[in-house]
Design a protein around this ligand. Structure first.
Ligand SMILES: [Zn+2]
Length: 390
């Protein structure tokens, strides 16, 4: 709450300040899920007159609506403001080598439409742009949402996004180098487009609508065919100097481990990713591997055990380095958390320093494979409420 007081812009009445205060009030209304004008004034230090004027604008634009009434401290009960569902929307697309996952979320966080479309083998940037265009058109047609109500489109990619050029600097699973899809996609769909790393998108999803809504420092590790992480530190996403922060898949956890695509041996990804477990267990699919582990087949149980210990080792390093209050294990991990979480936690406890370990917890993510698509949809919505976050 002290943060909101600092963020509120009290001086002047120009458009920029007004827009920043409007964004701030929207964000407070989102986080508090029902708040009175009086409370908004006390949270921000803005005058009742200023709050009244901004809220009037928010009501007219359909960003918020008035509902129910709150606790009264004597006298008339104050009307509560909430985000208006089903009025403004963001589209999110998770671009994966195997599929596209498109979702539409409203700015209140409701999921209105989602579809996972299997890949057709074409993963070039051009083909991806036209496939996204077609799927978005289908989504808008089926939901009947007009384009004027869409705040923008976010795209999640499994690679490093150059913060300067906004190009995809390197996406090994898609075999893209310095690829630009933002411009072509904006032309194709007629919407502003934001491109973001896949793990960062999942992290944003967990922070915006999952278990980390009120958490200031956490790391989300996505376990899928590869492994990556998003860092949420000091209340904001941390991307590093050139946009590659969170490449935890290449933390070396076994000196003599398997050879990694990066050229080193024993990277986390070569031991704890889905691909690594499948290779080690000689299984045909992750579903059948999980079933075999659940049935107690010793070879597969040992593979899961080793993967979980390696993951725990990497988590312990992050706990010691960053002192987060939570490490969230996401993407495919929630599907098999019952088989792995205990081993991961035991290994973290064994290896991490006592002080940071005592202050934190290791938890499965609230969302699974859909998290990157949801997080991508949140990108344009977040610009409306947290424009300073970038
Ligand atoms: Zn590596």
């Amino acid at each position: 709450m002290a943060k909101w007081r600092i963020m509120a812009k009290r001086t002047g009445n120009n458009r920029y300040l007004r827009e920043m205060n409007q964004a701030l009030l929207l964000d407070i209304i989102r986080v508090r899920e029902g708040v009175s004008r009086i409370a908004l004034a006390s949270f921000t230090g803005l005058s009742a007159t200023a709050i009244g004027a901004i809220v009037k604008g928010l009501l007219e634009e359909g960003y918020v609506h008035e509902t129910g009434s709150g606790e009264s401290s004597g006298g008339r009960k104050p009307v509560l403001l909430r985000l208006m569902p089903n009025r403004w929307f963001g589209i999110g697309v998770d671009v994966d080598a195997r599929f596209l996952y498109l979702s539409i979320l409203d700015h209140a966080g409701g999921v209105l439409w989602q579809r996972r479309q299997e890949g057709d083998g074409r993963v070039s940037p051009d083909a991806t742009v036209s496939r996204i265009g077609a799927l978005a058109t289908e989504a808008l047609r089926e939901t009947g949402i007009s384009k004027e109500k869409i705040l923008g489109m976010g795209v999640s990619v499994p690679g490093i996004v150059d913060r300067r050029t906004r190009n995809i600097a390197f996406a090994p699973n898609l075999a893209w180098t310095d690829a630009s899809i933002r411009g072509p996609l904006e032309t194709a769909v007629g919407l502003p487009v934001l491109v973001e790393n896949e793990s960062v998108c999942s992290t944003l999803c967990e922070q915006w609508m999952g278990s980390c809504r009120l958490v200031e420092d956490f790391v989300q590790i996505n376990i899928d065919t590869g492994i990556g992480a998003g860092l949420f530190l000091k209340g904001g996403l941390y991307r590093g100097t050139s946009g590659s922060a969170g490449e935890v898949g290449h933390i070396i956890v076994e000196d003599e481990g398997p050879l990694c695509t990066c050229g080193n041996h024993g990277c986390l990804e070569t031991l704890s990713s889905l691909d690594a477990m499948l290779r080690e267990a000689k299984a045909s699919s992750f579903e059948s591997f999980q079933a075999t582990v659940r049935a107690g087949e010793p070879g597969c149980v040992a593979v899961m055990e080793r993967a979980s210990r390696s993951l725990g080792r990497a988590v312990a390093m992050l706990v010691n380095t960053l002192n987060p209050s939570r490490i969230v294990l996401g993407k495919r991990f929630p599907e098999y958390a019952d088989l792995a979480l205990r081993t991961v936690r035991d290994e973290v406890e064994r290896l991490a320093l006592k002080w940071p370990f005592a202050q934190m917890e290791v938890v499965p993510a609230s969302f699974g494979e859909e998290s990157s698509s949801y997080g991508a949809a949140i990108l344009p919505i977040r610009q409306l409420m947290q424009p300073q976050q970038g």
